[in-house]
Design a protein around this ligand. Structure first.
Ligand SMILES: C[S@@+](CC[C@H](N)C(=O)[O-])C[C@H]1O[C@@H](n2cnc3c(N)ncnc32)[C@H](O)[C@@H]1O
Length: 212
């Protein structure tokens, strides 16, 4: 495997702020897909399977938060989903996603800030690899819950090291206590990058919540 991917992963996990993180993804965009495939990247299969389980209508508007290069959208498009919306803060990653031609729309935005999307405008929100060390904050879930319609689903991965430490557990429990979300399903712990030389030990869970 390219040692470049290990360097890139160290850079994104160690980014000092969101503009440095965005710049790092801009620089990585051209080789991201090839690099991540070489790690045995498991999130796309897990999240596509869960989307097929919880989003029955192929024309449902689905927000892909932290869309990156659009690798998840490519797979969802292949299995028939036709109304995908991608959001990311990195213009370089968004350009790659756009080039695939599988997203109905793409927008630049920062998770953790106000999103330029109407309330209850999506049947589902999906997100992979975006709630992890040095990435999007737990506070993003206020806005992500706002843009999903009642009855819709939020389907996402969170690194196990940040689940408690970075407040995801508390934020999601609080949204459930407020009657905004209800927990639906949680995966066992798995290794999203099993062939990475440096990150094979890294662990994640996939989570599913329903908008109340
Ligand atoms: C590891 S990549 C995952 C991309 C894609 N979902 C995948 O699984 O390959 C993380 C993506 O999240 C984006 N990202 C990280 N923090 C973000 C934030 N606060 N707001 C918006 N995008 C963010 C990055 O720019 C990057 O494209």
């Amino acid at each position: 495997m390219s040692t470049d991917v290990e360097h890139r992963l160290a850079q994104v996990y160690g980014a000092s702020n969101s503009s440095a993180l965005s710049q790092t993804y801009d620089d990585w965009a051209a080789s991201y897909d090839e690099d991540m495939l070489a790690t045995g990247y498991a999130h796309p299969a897990v999240i596509c399977g869960l989307t097929a389980r919880y989003v029955p209508h192929l024309a449902s508007p689905i927000l892909d938060a932290g869309v990156g290069t659009g690798n998840i959208g490519q797979l969802l498009h292949t299995i028939g989903y036709s109304n995908l919306v991608g959001l990311d803060m990195s213009p370089g990653m968004l350009a790659r996603a756009k080039a695939r031609g599988v997203y109905a729309s793409l927008l630049q935005g920062v998770l953790g800030e106000r999103l330029d999307l109407p309330s209850a405008s999506h049947d589902a929100m999906i997100s992979t690899g975006t709630f992890t060390t040095g990435h999007a904050p737990a506070a993003a879930f206020d806005e992500l819950a706002r843009v999903v319609r009642p009855g819709g689903h939020l389907i996402f991965t969170v690194g196990t090291t940040v689940w408690v430490e970075n407040g995801f557990h508390t934020k999601l429990a609080s949204l459930c206590a407020q009657g905004v979300l209800r927990p639906v399903w949680e995966s066992p712990i798995y290794h999203p990058m099993p062939h990475s030389k440096t990150e094979a030990h890294f662990t994640t869970r996939a989570h599913v919540y329903q908008r109340v």
